[in-house]
Each structure stands twice: as C-alpha cells, then as structure tokens.
Design a protein around this ligand. Structure first.
Ligand code: FNR
Length: 180
C-alpha cells in the first residue's frame, strides 16, 4: 500500500528554496510513497479569541485532515535568525489545537531545509526538536539533509537543480519512507 507523507514548507516566498526542496522531494519519492504538499498560505496568525469564537480556521482544518491521513510528515524549514521562522511555527501551533494534538502523537516526522548560507538550516532544524518532543511526535533522525549555498543549488524559480543534492534528497526520502 502506498505510504503518504504530508510535506510542509515554511516559506510563503514565490521562489522559495524550501518550497522548491519540497517539490523536488515529491518528484523523487520512491515507489510505494507519495508526498502530499500541504498549503500554509491561508493560515491566520494564532489568536485564542478567534479560536474561541469561530473554532479552527478552514485552512487549519484542511491541514489537520491531511495530517490525520498521513503516515508521516516532512517539515521543510527555512532558518530565520538561527531559529524556526514564526510563519512556520504558527502553522504547527494551529495544527496542534483541538483534535490535532492527538494526531501528532507517535507520528513519524522528518526535517530538512535549505538556506543561502554555509550551514543550511542546521540551527532551525535543531530548534524543531523540543517542539516535536512536546507534540510527542516520533522524529526520524537517521537521515540528515541541510542544503547550504542555496543560491547555487536552485534556479530562479526555486527549483532544485543541483544533482548532488537531488541524489541526497532521494536517499533521504527513501530512508524515511522505509520506516513509516
Ligand atoms: C534569514 N536568513 C537566514 N539564513 C540562515 O541560514 N540563517 C539565519 O539565521 C537566517 N536569518 C534570517 C532572518 C530573516 C528575518 C530572514 C528573512 C532571512 C536567510 C534565509 O535563509 C533566506 O531568506 C531563505 O531564502 C529563506 O528561505 P526560502 O524563503 O527561500 O524558503
């Protein structure tokens, strides 16, 4: 049976390296696995008053449905100021509300990311660990992928063109797909 991975990129930028990395991951998924790319675009800023008045926003309900149906989650994280971008953390915070909290428990989660610098999101990837531990997710740590010097690895539309990184990404996804 085909395994489904919910893939989320934490950038709204049109030519985002991280969104491009996620698209490449979906292209390179091995036989027996597919990556469903979730959209974070319409998720509002978390507001407890909004939640109390209207419940979970429609974009969050869609993401939670995808999370529920997924065998694993792939977080493709940018790095801002050596940490998790607020845009991305906001999405995961919303997704942990209501029935979402239980959906994360035991869910296999893998983390990758791309940045123009030399360390390729290593700090942001580490910052996700206490968050995912709190959610009681099962973080997959066997594989590691940090795409550094992203300006040279992607084209102007944000497509991953570097063959060495595409090969590493294919290995990463097939390793993750094996354990979910
Ligand atoms: C950055 N960027 C960045 N990169 C990095 O490797 N380490 C960092 O600490 C930061 N800090 C940072 C802060 C802020 C506020 C911004 C806007 C950017 C650069 C970042 O990696 C770059 O903008 C990427 O292009 C963001 O990812 P996407 O949008 O291309 O996916």
């Amino acid at each position: 049976m085909t395994k489904t991975i919910l893939g989320l990129s934490g950038s709204l930028r049109r030519a985002s390296f991280n969104a491009g990395l996620l698209r490449a991951a979906a292209e390179l998924a091995p036989t027996g696995a597919k990556i469903d790319i979730g959209s974070i675009r319409d998720v509002p800023l978390y507001d407890g008053d909004l939640e109390k008045a209207d419940g979970l926003p429609p974009a969050v309900l869609v993401l939670q449905e995808q999370l529920q149906a997924a065998d694993g989650v792939l977080l493709v994280t940018p790095e801002y100021n050596n940490g998790i971008p607020g845009v991305f953390k906001n999405v995961i915070d919303w997704m942990s509300r209501g029935p979402g909290l239980q959906m994360w428990v035991g869910k296999p989660v893998a983390i990758i990311g791309a940045s123009p610098g030399g360390f390729g999101t290593i700090m942001a990837q580490n910052h996700w660990l206490p968050v995912l531990r709190t959610l009681r997710a099962s973080v997959w740590t066997e594989g590691r992928l940090m795409v550094s010097q992203a300006g040279k690895m992607f084209d102007e539309q944000g497509n991953l063109t570097d063959t060495a990184n595409r090969d590493k990404l294919a290995d990463f996804i097939s390793g993750f797909a094996k354990v979910i």
